[in-house]
Structures are given as structure tokens and as C-alpha cells.
Design a protein around this ligand. Structure first.
Ligand code: UDP
Ligand code: MN
Length: 294
């Protein structure tokens, strides 16, 4: 008798990460203390990852916010570069949140790729534009993503893809090493120091960058709900974490360990000395905080 297995079950049976070659990068940290892989160039066979994910019919939802001035400055570069390098060969839907949906530029998309535009209100404080993404993403997971997608990546718009950012980055719960801190002592991490904030933490594992996080929709739903609840609790208590949603994200990933970490190749600042960086896959675009954060 033939036993029907769903793609979901097959995905759990076939752990592609067992093919990772940790020995290929003795120069860097390739595993967390809880044995989650940290993905570096040289450790993975891109063909195995891509073939397996095509076989599993993997698809990916991207959420990206382009509110106020960020739309004109960053969105076109973000999208055109993503079409060249992000999950090429897999179906990808970009969910673009903007207060100016009519001004979203036309972008030529590859096969199985699409853009969906969702209008949002512009919060008057930039801190709220950033933090309230957690709520908006959670709502979209409920209304659409959970019914149609397996994986989600939530990305800042002020970045440009410059190298492969492929299916090796997919995982159950994916966190991004912050380029500025990955070699720094823990004492320098930007963990929230105010005990009144829900993001408060005395110690942690690493310092994660909120510009890139992802995972299965179930895990990202739990992450965005938890962070949003804590952001609201802080507002009720009249406190705000110094690094906003990133502070809450760091607390979340301390309490719920990510199953995969991305090396700083996946969100790199080209101004930093890149001793360990053989390929910059996604890089920080220039920041114009004084003019853009009104
Ligand atoms: N954002 C936006 N409009 C704003 C402020 C923020 O669209 O006025 C979005 C945008 O996607 C941006 C993200 O929120 O990349 C996080 O803000 P920002 O990149 O300024 O934070 P930083 O990376 O400088 O900490
Ligand atoms: Mn940013």
C-alpha cells in the first residue's frame, strides 16, 4: 500500500542542512552552542539546496516596508537587485507595504515571481514605522501567508543584493548576525539595559540584526506576535527600548533559539573590514537618517 506523504512531512524528513560542510570554514564560527548552523560561503552546495527546494515546491514570501521617503530612495534598488540574487529559481512574492502605493516603480519580474502592494498608514514617528512592522507582518501571515507560503523573510528596504542569497538561507527560524557586532565582546552588544522594558536582558547569545529575519510562517507568526505584545506593553508602561524592534527581536531569539544563523555575508556593511567575508550577498545602502526620518 502506497503511503501518501505531504511536502510538509518530506521537508521534515529531509534535513538538507546535514549536507553542510563545517570543516570548510575553520576560520570562523560555524555552529551555535545549541548546534544551529551558521551559514558561510564554502559550507554549502548551492545545487543540492536549490534542487531539494524545487522538489519540495518551496515558496517564499518577502515582506518589505517602503513608507514615506524610503520608497523613492531605496525600493527600486532593493527589488531589482533581489530579482538578480534572492532565491533565484524559486517562487517569490514580495509583499510591499507603503503609504504611497501609486508611486511604487514598475519592476520586471522573473517567472514565478510577483509583487503584491498593501497600503499602510504612515506613523508619525519613524520609531513606530519600524516597530509596528511586527503587527502588520503578523496580520498578513493570518490573512494570506499561512494559506499560501511555507517560508517568510522580513527585510529592511535600505539594502542591496550583490551576491547569491539563496535557499541555503531557508530554515525553521532564521536570525541574522549583526555585522557590527559579530566579532565584538558581549559587553558591547546593544541589549536593552532598562529593566522596565520587556526587551531587557542581562545576557544573551549573540547580537542579531533586525534588518533580516525569517523562517516558516508558524515561527515568524510567533516572533512577530511576541515582539508586538512586548512593544505594546512597553508603550503602556511608558518605556521604549533604545533599539526599538531590534531590542525586542534580540530578547525573542534569546528565549526562542533560532535554528539557523546567517553569517554577516547576508547583511554586510561594505565600510567594515571584511576579513572573513568572501562574498557580500546583501549590503547596507547608504543611510540618510536626518533627511528621511522626519
Ligand atoms: N521604514 C520606512 N519608512 C520610515 C522608517 C522606516 O519604510 O520612515 C522601514 C524601511 O523598510 C526601513 C525599516 O523600516 O528599512 C527600518 O528602518 P531603518 O532602515 O531606518 O532602520 P536602521 O536600519 O537604520 O536601523
Ligand atoms: Mn535599515
Amino acid at each position: 500500500k502506497r503511503i501518501e506523504t505531504t511536502n510538509e512531512e518530506v521537508r521534515k524528513l529531509i534535513n538538507i542542512d546535514v549536507t553542510l560542510n563545517y570543516a570548510a570554514r575553520p576560520d570562523v564560527r560555524t555552529k551555535t552552542p545549541w548546534d544551529a548552523p551558521i551559514i558561510w560561503e564554502g559550507m554549502f552546495d548551492k545545487h543540492i539546496y536549490d534542487q531539494m527546494h524545487i522538489h519540495l515546491k518551496t515558496n517564499v514570501a518577502v515582506t518589505v516596508f517602503a513608507v514615506g521617503g524610503y520608497l523613492n530612495v531605496y525600493l527600486k534598488t532593493f527589488l531589482t537587485s533581489a530579482e538578480k540574487y534572492f532565491m533565484v529559481g524559486l517562487p517569490v512574492t514580495y509583499f510591499i507595504f507603503s503609504d504611497l502605493p501609486d508611486q511604487i516603480p514598475y519592476i520586471e519580474l522573473g517567472p514565478q515571481r510577483e509583487i503584491k502592494i498593501i497600503k499602510v498608514e504612515r506613523h508619525s514617528r519613524w520609531q513606530d514605522v519600524s516597530m509596528m512592522r511586527m503587527q502588520t507582518i503578523s496580520t498578513l501571515i493570518d490573512s494570506e501567508i499561512r494559506h499560501n507560503f511555507r517560508y517568510i523573510f522580513c527585510l529592511d528596504v535600505d539594502q542591496e543584493f550583490k551576491g547569491r542569497f539563496g535557499s541555503e538561507a531557508l530554515g525553521e527560524s532564521v536570525a541574522m548576525f549583526h555585522a557590527q557586532f559579530y566579532r565584538a565582546p558581549k559587553s558591547r552588544y546593544n541589549y536593552e539595559k532598562n529593566p522596565k522594558s520587556k526587551a531587557f536582558m542581562k545576557t544573551g547569545d549573540f547580537y542579531y540584526h533586525a534588518a533580516v529575519f525569517g523562517g516558516t510562517w508558524e515561527n515568524v507568526k510567533n516572533l512577530t506576535d511576541t515582539c508586538f505584545e512586548n512593544i505594546v506593553a512597553d508603550k503602556v508602561n511608558n518605556v521604549e527600548a533604545v533599539w526599538h524592534d531590534e531590542s525586542h527581536l534580540n530578547k525573542y531569539f534569546y528565549l526562542h533559539k533560532p535554528t539557523k544563523l546567517l553569517s554577516p555575508e547576508y547583511c554586510w556593511n561594505e565600510k567594515f573590514p571584511g576579513k572573513d567575508i568572501r562574498i557580500a550577498r546583501l549590503v547596507w545602502s547608504p543611510k540618510y537618517h536626518t533627511s528621511l526620518r522626519t
